[in-house]
Design a protein around this ligand. Structure first.
Ligand SMILES: NC(=O)c1ccc[n+]([C@@H]2O[C@H](COP(=O)([O-])OP(=O)(O)OC[C@H]3O[C@@H](n4cnc5c(N)ncnc54)[C@H](O)[C@@H]3O)[C@@H](O)[C@H]2O)c1
Length: 272
């Protein structure tokens, strides 16, 4: 973990949602929580699953850094309020909120399951509204803050390995929400930005793509390398920290250049 060390978030109090850890590699929220803690922040790790949340906190604490956890379902307003209250109780105030939580959402409009559709919209989009609703008043009292929301390449390009209407819609909503929140809360000193990861290989993806598809994902982007959770965590660090103090309302692709490509331009790379 030595290479993660620094002081870019010294004195900052942070909440990361969906920061729990599986047992097979690093997820995005988990990497963000670990990196931020190593950069001097006090991090509240939030996840619906207490084992996952504990694993991330233990990884941080084992390295001699303090961190705490809060088990919550961020689709429920009372639980979001409780997350914010816990952060204030533990750390005194709140500087940074990372709305990372997200689940996959498959199906076309003709075959999707309505219950699944509503759940994905609730987890991926409404949770950002709820967490921000309760965090922003504290940030205003604190003189400002930084919010980073997790969207996806899938919000801007369709296709992939099958229809994913609930996912695409929810992640497109996150971009619109980011821009609107930037406008509404900028005068109070609150910056709101967004990350759109491309074909990052994480445990969530591991369950969904086979090795052949994984290789196609790697070759599809101009850099032709596979991204991991740490690539997203470093980009999130920049947008969360004061280094980006004059940046608000942007969606930053972290995708090895994937968004610049057209199917024709990549044809030879994918078939060779
Ligand atoms: N992995 C990728 O390639 C990729 C690409 C683009 C965008 N993203 C986005 O990045 C984010 C993180 O993805 P990941 O791959 O690290 O996922 P992950 O599954 O590893 O982590 C998500 C975490 O969120 C938690 N969670 C789920 N529902 C919750 C709820 N209601 N309340 C609180 N916690 C809840 C899960 O328990 C899990 O620990 C998601 O928003 C995802 O859509 C991922």
């Amino acid at each position: 973990m030595k290479h993660l060390k620094g002081n870019r978030l010294s004195g900052k109090n942070v909440i990361v949602t969906g920061a729990g850890s599986g047992t097979t590699g690093y997820g995005l929220g988990q990497s963000i929580a670990i990196l931020f803690a190593n950069q001097g922040a006090k991090v509240l790790v939030v996840d619906i699953d207490s084992d996952r949340a504990s694993r991330t906190v233990n990884t941080i604490v084992e390295n001699g850094i303090a961190a705490s956890l809060c088990v919550a379902d961020v689709t429920i307003a009372d639980q979001c309020q409780n997350v914010i209250d816990t952060a204030i109780e533990n750390y005194g105030n709140l500087d940074i909120l990372i709305n990372n939580v997200g689940i996959k959402g498959l199906g076309s409009v003709t075959d999707l399951d309505e219950e699944h559709y509503n759940r994905v919209l609730s987890v991926n989009l409404s949770s950002v509204v709820l967490m921000s609703k309760y965090a922003i008043p504290y940030m205003i009292d604190n003189g400002g803050g930084s919010i980073v929301n997790m969207s996806s390449f899938g919000a801007m390009r369709s296709g992939g390995f099958g229809p994913a209407i609930p996912y695409a819609l929810s992640k497109a909503g996150v971009i619109a929400l980011t821009e609107q929140m930037c406008h509404d809360h900028g005068p109070a000193g609150i910056r709101v930005n967004c990350i759109a990861p491309g074909h990052v290989y994480t445990p969530m993806v591991k369950d969904r793509v086979n090795e052949e598809q994984r290789e196609l994902r790697r070759k599809a982007a101009p850099l032709q390398t596979e991204g991991n959770a740490w690539d997203v965590a470093w980009a999130t660090l920049f947008l969360a920290s004061d280094e980006s103090r004059w940046i608000s309302g942007v969606t930053l692709p972290v995708d090895a250049g994937l968004l610049t490509t057209s199917p024709i331009s990549m044809l030879d790379k994918l078939t060779n």
